[in-house]
Design a binder for this molecule. Structure first.
Ligand SMILES: [Zn+2]
Length: 258
């Protein structure tokens, strides 16, 4: 039985008692409200504390650049967290300076145990898979590839084909990556089965060859993505005097990168 619960009906009592009883009811209601508030507060505090342990955010600022870093897994290696952060500050400023000075100065990294892929970028945010990074701790230049997507910022309806976008990101990893060798990551040797549209590393190797023979072409190609001026039939001729098929044919005959 609740000792502070007043009688529901005090109709037969004197006016004085009724007033006293009403006061008591008010007090009781106040106590109930306080109790509810208190319990809500405890619930709120414990949920905030739970968030703290699983989605702690650190903000690291170096020069013009800021990284908001969230690791959603308490069990994830702190050493890998630090490598992701260090790689960002080592690579991103160079890519911004080289390709797109208007790139965001504030970037967010999320290390997510619920994300199934390797890594993904949208706008100024990169998600890394806990599972992938834990099993491939040396593959740190995933950062280099992903932050290049932030720099690219082609947006929707840019006309940039996926193979060019991904080819550039892997070319940049090849050219600016900090430890591709440590990760066992390399551009594959050209094979007869390859085509420029194969994307990722196969396209990246072709782009490395293009850059050797037409210095600055990757910067121009990347800029075309933001300017929305990529037209497959015209851009290659404009940049090199040759069509993409002619370029690939030249590359196939003499694919050396040095
Ligand atoms: Zn990519």
């Amino acid at each position: 039985m609740d000792p502070i619960t007043p009688p529901i009906d005090g109709g037969h009592k004197s006016t004085h008692n009724k007033i006293k009883e009403l006061n008591m009811r008010n007090q009781t209601n106040k106590l109930k409200i306080i109790a509810i508030l208190f319990l809500s507060f405890i619930g709120f505090t414990s949920s905030v504390m739970a968030l703290k342990t699983s989605t702690e955010m650190r903000t690291i600022k170096k020069g013009k650049f800021t990284l908001n870093f969230i690791c959603k897994s308490a069990d994830f290696s702190e050493e890998i967290n630090q490598k992701l952060i260090d790689t960002f500050f080592e690579v991103y400023p160079t890519l911004v300076k080289t390709y797109n000075k208007k790139s965001p100065k504030v970037v967010t990294f999320v290390v997510d145990p619920e994300y199934d892929g390797v890594a993904a970028t949208s706008d100024d945010k990169v998600i890394f898979s806990v599972k992938y990074m834990s099993s491939h701790p040396g593959d740190i230049d995933v950062v280099t590839h992903e932050v290049m997507h932030i720099v690219q910022a082609y947006g929707q309806h840019s006309g940039m084909p996926g193979w060019v976008t991904e080819g550039i990101a892997d070319y940049v990893r090849y050219a600016y990556g900090i430890d591709n060798a440590g990760a066992g990551w390399r551009l594959p040797d050209l094979s007869e089965k390859h085509n420029f549209q194969n994307s990722y590393r196969i396209t990246a190797r072709f782009f490395a060859w293009l850059e050797l023979n037409h210095k600055g072409i990757i910067q121009k190609l990347d800029q075309a993505g933001r300017d929305k001026t990529y037209e497959e039939g015209a851009i290659w001729k404009k940049l090199t005097g040759k069509t993409i098929d002619e370029l690939w044919s030249d590359y196939s005959k003499k694919p050396a990168l040095s």
